[in-house]
Design a protein around this ligand. Structure first.
Ligand code: SF4
Ligand code: SF4
Length: 370
């Protein structure tokens, strides 16, 4: 495993972090984590040098933190950093910060977290939660008590808001942004990455595979990539090549994915790509952009829908068909039309979507297409 320093935190983190939001689950709508298989996988990652576990209040319907508590027993607490996040949407008064944090400590069965992030900061949550409810001084207090070691934020909004957040408070030590060879100008993007690093923040990357879309992309995208590496390895190397990036998070859902990713991480180097290879990603992005896919990453922040619309599944089916993966939608989602018709347009999902997808209208468009 390769390690890099995470900005102002000064911590040496593995270039590959384990995202605990897409763990193996049992079949069924409740998506219950397959604890035995998942614990084995995450511990295997730690045994092979991964030293950062990323979880959050909401992941796996609130069960991810409890899962991490199981992983870190038997001496594993000392071998890996734990990162979790404050669910800003649940903060409705100043007292909620400590209340939620203590609940998270209880679920994690630990006395402290190594990395604590404001979850999914955007302009609205920054103004109407973080500033309005004095969240930062509350976190500083928890940090002074030794319950939080490092403080940062994860981000989903545009570049202007990203710079505003960084410039508003110099106590942030690191941030987590969405980046991959498609999203170079989306949200914080490459310019945001360079800005954060120039201010001394460590940068962690999420969605390196764009919700899995870059793992087995459409033929036109594959054709643009050199055949000497898999699409996943290319997507990761695009990021590891950059000196401003300390780590990328991968939500690994199987032992095979983990084994592959560990192999890729072993070769990660700053400046590892040639000029030709850097050019190659521009062509792959051009091919991808022509596909006009719905920018859903499958994060499930919009779920559950009170009416039972399976939003990420609908969008995933649309994207699979549109990118030429399968010819018939009935093979992957036979009830897609009926399911989209359940939508009562309450708008709950749109408020939660970090990709700012106009979900209601998009469901209508998907229904029309099929
Ligand atoms: S707008 Fe439609 S899809 Fe979204 S939460 Fe409401 S009912 Fe569900
Ligand atoms: S629609 Fe938005 S919130 Fe829902 S899974 Fe997709 S990206 Fe996530």
């Amino acid at each position: 495993m390769k390690y890099r320093i995470l900005g102002k935190t000064g911590e040496k983190v593995s270039v590959l972090g384990f995202g605990c939001m897409r763990l193996p689950t049992f079949n069924g709508e409740d998506g219950q984590i397959d604890i035995e298989q998942s614990v084995e996988m995450v511990r295997h990652a730690i045994d092979n040098g991964v030293n950062y576990l990323d979880t959050a209040f909401f992941y796996h319907s609130g069960n991810s933190e409890k899962f991490v508590a199981k992983v870190i027993k038997d001496g594993y607490r000392e071998k890996a950093f734990i990162a979790t996040k404050l669910p800003l949407g649940n903060v409705n008064c100043e007292e909620d910060v400590e209340k939620l944090f203590n609940e998270q400590l209880d679920k994690l069965e630990t006395d402290y977290v190594d990395f604590y992030l404001l979850h999914a900061v955007n302009n609205d949550s920054w103004e109407n939660r973080v500033l309005k409810f004095n969240i930062i001084p509350k976190i500083e207090k928890l940090k002074a008590q030794g319950k939080i070691r490092h403080f940062g934020f994860s981000f989903h909004d545009d570049l202007e808001v990203f710079k505003k957040v960084i410039d508003s408070y110099d106590g942030f030590e690191f941030c987590q942004i969405q980046l991959n060879y498609i999203d170079t100008d989306y949200q914080a993007g490459t310019e945001g990455l360079e800005y954060a690093a120039s201010k001394g923040l460590g940068v962690i990357i999420m969605e390196p595979l764009l919700g899995g879309k870059l793992a087995s992309p459409a033929q036109s995208v594959c054709d643009a990539l050199d055949k000497s590496k898999t699409p996943v390895e290319w997507a990761f190397d695009f990021l590891w090549n950059k000196k401003e990036i300390s780590m990328l998070l991968s939500g690994m859902g199987s032992m095979q994915m983990l084994t592959d990713n560990l192999g890729y991480a072993d070769k990660a180097e700053v400046g590892m790509l040639t000029e030709n290879e850097t050019e190659m990603f521009i062509n792959a992005k051009k091919a991808f952009d022509k596909l006009t896919l719905i920018p859903c990453t499958g994060c499930e922040y919009c779920m559950p829908c009170p009416e039972g619309v399976l939003i990420p599944k609908v969008f995933s089916a649309y994207n699979t068909i549109t990118s030429g993966g399968r010819r018939f939608v009935k093979e992957i989602f036979p009830d897609i039309e009926e399911n989209t018709l359940l939508c009562k347009k309450c708008g709950k999902c749109e408020k939660a979507c970090p990709q700012h997808i106009g979900i209601i209208d998009m469901l209508r468009q998907v229904r029309n297409k099929f």
